[in-house]
Design a protein around this ligand. Structure first.
Ligand code: FPP
Length: 232
């Protein structure tokens, strides 16, 4: 595929795990398990297509409102996956970073996160940004707090400089995908999505496979991106 029209940064709101399970009369937890298995395959495919940065919404600050059982299942799933997939990240030269607040994540979750970040720090083929206990509004508030703490002169502050204070200093998102037929941002990467192309699909996340991603990519490639300029 033409390198020029591959988005540099893809972001995915992985929605619909619960409904995927419900349709099969399974507990919600098995929907999350299927989602995590899909993410592994899909993520590798996305990097193979030439995408350099992949951001995924794994757990929002608001997701703590779910039942303690579901939250605990998801946290266990994260720990298990970060440990189990470490070799996959290393073998594929993928650097893992996290976006989100550390409080009130469990100690074992933080430990597994720190371990994968440390072990992949020098990897260069791609960046996998996992948004965990993440909320865009808090990200912007936390950035402002850091700027105030540094007593930075903000009179000449530019959008580019502000980016450096976000959880991760990543390039802007080019392509946002949300699965499961919901048409919301749900507090996801609002600053980074300023000029992103949006793609919504009814497909539930565990079913959003490589082929479905390739279809979405074709739609991205047909879009006319002007970044606020005029049509040529
Ligand atoms: C939204 O579906 C999904 C989540 C809140 C969890 C997403 C997590 C994964 C796919 C696992 C990722 C694993 C790693 C290792 C990063 P939902 O539960 O809101 O579904 P529903 O809207 O159908 O109820």
């Amino acid at each position: 595929m033409d390198r020029e029209i591959i988005p540099n940064h893809v972001a995915i709101i992985m929605d619909g795990n619960g409904r995927w399970a419900k349709r099969r009369n399974l507990p919600r937890s098995l929907g999350h398990k299927a989602g995590s298995e899909n993410l592994k395959k899909l993520g590798l495919h996305i990097f193979k297509c030439g995408v350099r940065v992949l951001s995924v919404y794994a757990f929002s600050t608001e997701n703590f409102k779910r039942s303690p059982e579901e939250v605990s299942y998801l946290m266990d799933l994260f720990v298990k996956n970060f440990k189990r997939e470490l070799k996959v990240f290393i073998d594929n030269n993928i650097r893992v970073v996290f976006s989100g607040r550390r409080e009130p994540l469990r100690h074992d979750v933080l430990e597994a996160m720190d371990e994968v970040v440390e072990a992949t720090r020098e990897n260069t083929a791609g960046i996998f940004n996992i948004c965990l206990n993440y909320g865009s509004q808090y990200e912007i508030i936390d950035a402002v707090r850091r700027i105030v703490e540094e007593k930075k002169d903000v009179s000449e502050l530019t959008p580019k400089e502000f980016e450096k204070y976000l959880y991760q200093d990543l390039p802007p998102v080019d392509f946002l995908i949300r699965t499961s037929g919901e048409y919301r941002l749900s507090n996801f990467m609002m600053y980074q999505l300023a000029y992103a192309e949006f793609y919504f699909t009814d497909c539930l996340f565990p079913d959003f496979d490589d082929k479905k991603f390739d279809e979405a990519l074709k739609i991205f490639q047909s879009r006319d991106r002007r970044f606020g300029g005029v049509k040529k």
